[in-house]
Design a binder for this molecule. Structure first.
Ligand SMILES: *Cc1c(COP(=O)(O)O)cnc(C)c1O
Length: 395
């Protein structure tokens, strides 16, 4: 089972020399792109133009073309993208924004930043994205927008969600911060709703060397609104006509880096999916590995589910495999939101998932040896779980 060069001993336990399989390693892409990135950064430095130059303009064009949308407007980070999108749609105090509670609180933070109130819909048990029937219950007369998060890289049930939104005349904001390049029937994440929001935080499928974000849209009026909001509300130099303007810009260095990385995105996503599919082949029913056999999943995070999550986490740690929980506290249980929300919110599927989810290492530059170690560890955990079950049933 363990080939030559394996760091595991005869029992399959990692030996003293076994290094940790990391959740991610942001230095590894530099093996391939380091020289090009250094040259691009130097070119920007020498150009003397650091804000709104050639690279930002070119990246906005290239990313809009990639997403298949008419407009792309870059901003400083993904949370700003959500906030400016909600502002552009006219969300403010007195409005409600429906979103999910299992996606890291970014949408709720943006909602609160514009003065609106978050309302939570529950998730679908299998996809862990917004459940259409729960959305139908959550919308009301004060709902101004719906933020649909394509969580972990999986394109949500966007057709059904759009159907409900359109029936009520409510806009949909797609949170694509984990789903760059995910697509269904040839249409990419970000090109389904009224506005798509992206983050280029370094660990994302398309990541900068710092913070970055963007919105994409086919609506010219929304695009102009975001362009003004990201720069002081200016409609012309020093002429602030649009209320609630602020400063939220992507800089030239980050745009230059993103331009170098964008052509590799589809191949990197393919590699991510193949890693998850290998885990899927190694595990059985006691660890549920998501099915990412399709381009509608960008496999940003490999989040598995287990009834015995803590045991699984301990087992993997013992084999020196890093894990994480995305996310351990659902939004409606966050201390910072306590004063803003009713105390009796019940989201049964969201709450069940929080206790069962575990994120495994998954990034394009993982070595085959590392993937093999995760597979072997998963297989052993499942085998032991099966033996326990059989022992119980024959007793
Ligand atoms: C990372 C992330 C964000 C926020 O992006 P930042 O650039 O860190 O502000 C928003 N939504 C989701 C789903 C994310 O994963």
């Amino acid at each position: 089972m363990h080939g030559p060069g394996s760091t595991n001993d005869q029992q399959g336990r990692p030996g003293a020399a076994a290094s940790v399989v990391p959740l991610n390693d942001l230095c590894r892409p530099l093996d391939m792109l380091g020289v090009e990135i250094a040259e691009a950064v130097e070119t920007v430095v020498r150009s003397g133009r650091y804000i709104f130059g050639l690279n930002v303009a070119a990246f906005e064009e290239e990313f809009a073309a990639y997403c298949g949308t008419q407009h792309c407007i870059t901003v400083a980070n993904g949370t700003d993208a959500l906030e400016l999108a909600l502002r552009a749609l006219g969300c403010g105090s007195g409005n409600e924004v429906v979103t999910v509670a299992n996606a890291g609180m970014y949408a709720a933070a943006a909602t609160i930043a514009v003065g609106a109130t978050p309302v939570f819909a529950d998730i679908d048990a299998r996809t862990m994205t917004m459940a259409p029937e729960s959305l139908a219950h959550a919308v009301g007369p004060r709902t101004k927008a719906i933020v649909v998060t394509h969580l972990y890289g999986r394109l949500a049930d966007i057709d059904a969600l759009l159907g409900i939104a359109r029936r009520h005349g409510i806009a949909i904001v797609e949170d694509c911060a984990q789903a760059h390049g995910a697509r269904r029937n040839g249409r990419l994440a970000g090109a389904w709703g009224d506005i798509g929001c992206f983050s280029f935080y370094p660990t994302k499928n398309l990541g900068a060397l710092g913070d970055g974000g963007a919105i994409v849209t086919g609506d010219g009026a929304l695009a102009s609104a975001v362009r003004e909001l990201r720069q002081y509300g200016w409609t012309g130099k020093y002429a602030a006509s649009r209320p609630h303007g602020r400063n939220s810009r992507l800089d030239e260095i980050q745009a230059a880096v993103l331009r170098l990385k964008l052509p590799h995105l589809d191949r990197w996503n393919e590699r991510r999916r193949s890693i998850v599919q290998r885990y899927r082949g190694a595990a059985d029913g006691s660890v549920v590995v998501p099915d990412v056999d399709g381009v509608d999943h960008a496999a940003h995070l490999c989040v598995v589910r287990s009834r015995d999550r803590e045991a699984l986490r301990g087992h993997l740690a013992n084999d020196r495999i890093a894990t994480e929980i995305h996310y351990p506290v659902p939004d409606h249980r966050q201390v910072a939101l306590r004063a803003l929300l009713p105390p009796d919110i019940a989201l049964p599927q969201t709450e069940r998932a929080v206790d069962e989810i575990l994120t495994l290492p998954c990034f394009p530059e993982m070595t085959d040896e590392e993937i093999g170690r995760v597979c072997a560890s998963l297989a052993r955990f499942c085998e032991q779980a099966n033996q326990c079950r059989q022992a119980r049933s024959t007793r």
